[in-house]
Ligand binder design. Structure first.
Ligand code: 3EB
Length: 365
């Protein structure tokens, strides 16, 4: 066997949400609280053009991609300095429930009783010691999660300038991984419940992190085609990157899979150096294997396929976009919304990376 079976794949899983159980909970809730509508999922997500990136009272987060964006002071508006490669330039997370939002210890937050969305920005002076900056950021974020009653990380996005700047272990990305590991490893057993993550380089300055957290934990999913990132060998840095390949989360009547940034990596090695089309195909293979692994762990009927709700493509060289664009509908489905962004991958030999959110069919069997 090329890949070791990782122990988290042997961890017993919580029982999948049972349709009948969900139904009886629904009627119970309706009886005891007739005015409370049944909430199938606490949010919806969509990509929009930059002109429609405006929050309203049901917005959890409004993520704007690009440079030179107009100023704002809404804690739910998150600016990421990656140039969009197409008409879509922003992402809206809309809540089905009333939203409370504000700022706490410099962290913008919004929550609706089921999901907490948070974001923070660090400026360059603090990033001179990237490991310390990452450590402090994770400690602050975790304090916020505890304080607001959402102790369970689901998904983290990290965007930093000059991600591959620095030689060897001094590289910014490796120093970030070091500080992140130091913070997350304060909890015993942390590698059995790591959030899914993306870490991408921008061409502006500073560091933006945004994240979602819940009241009860998700289920960590690894990829049988890839060595778990938290087990990467020493050659990739002094501490391994603390993220899971995906996080599975049961909401009231749907199950979502938050898929981490996924590159053309098999085992732990980069594949198809210099060939963007083949890297995209390898990413597709990795995503398929990961989603299938999640379905297997849920005991899903394999004839019911997972549905991608939203994908992102990060591309190092925007000039490659025209060659890749025709491949996207073929590989990922003509109706799948895909936001394409210019961004640096944290390994120099990789040209692209994809992430996504999938809805999984949960069988009642
Ligand atoms: C990889 O598979 C590619 O450090 O949080 C992807 C997703 C990558 C998340 C992170 C890094 C991270 O190793 C790089």
């Amino acid at each position: 066997r090329l890949f070791r079976q990782s122990p988290e794949q042997r961890v017993p899983l919580p029982a999948p949400a049972h349709h009948e159980q969900a139904l009886s909970q629904r009627s119970l809730r309706t009886m005891t609280a007739p005015r409370q509508p049944f909430v199938p999922c606490p949010y919806s997500l969509r990509y929009v053009g930059a002109d429609r990136a405006v929050p309203d009272d049901r917005t959890l987060a409004c993520i704007r991609f690009g440079k030179g964006l107009p100023a704002h002071d809404d804690p739910r508006v998150i600016d990421v300095g990656l140039a969009p490669l197409g008409a879509l330039g922003a992402q809206l997370w809309q809540s089905e429930l009333p939203v409370r939002h504000g700022r706490d210890d410099g962290i913008g937050y919004a929550e609706n009783g089921e999901l907490l969305f948070g974001s923070l920005r660090l400026e360059e002076p603090e990033l001179a010691h990237m490991d310390h900056a990452a450590f402090r950021a994770y400690v602050r974020m975790d304090r916020l999660l505890q304080k607001f009653g959402y102790p369970c990380w689901l998904r983290v996005w990290i965007y930093m300038a000059d991600i591959t700047h620095g030689e060897g272990d001094a590289e910014r990305y490796r120093q970030f991984s070091l500080g992140r590991h130091r913070a997350l490893s304060l909890k015993p057993g942390f590698e059995l419940n790591l959030p899914a993550a993306t870490a991408i380089g921008s061409h502006d300055s500073g560091l933006v992190i945004y994240f979602i957290a819940a009241k009860s934990p998700g289920v960590q999913i690894e990829n049988p085609r890839q060595v778990s990132a938290f087990r990467y060998p020493r050659e990739y840095g002094p501490r391994s990157p603390s993220f899971s390949r995906a996080m599975l989360k049961h909401w009231s009547d749907t199950t979502h899979l938050y898929v981490s940034g996924t590159a053309s990596i098999v085992g732990h090695e980069s594949r198809h150096r210099g060939d963007a089309a083949r890297q995209l195909e390898e990413v597709h293979n990795n995503l398929q294997a990961l989603v299938q692994n999640a379905q297997r762990q849920l005991a899903c009927d394999p004839s019911h396929t997972a549905r991608p709700l939203a994908l992102k493509l990060y591309l190092r060289d925007p000039g490659l976009m025209h060659a890749l664009r025709p491949l996207l509908p073929r590989l990922f489905g003509a109706d799948t919304p895909i936001l394409c962004l210019e961004g640096d991958i944290c390994r120099e030999d990789l040209l692209l990376e994809m992430e996504g959110l999938y809805a999984l069919p949960v069988s009642a069997a």
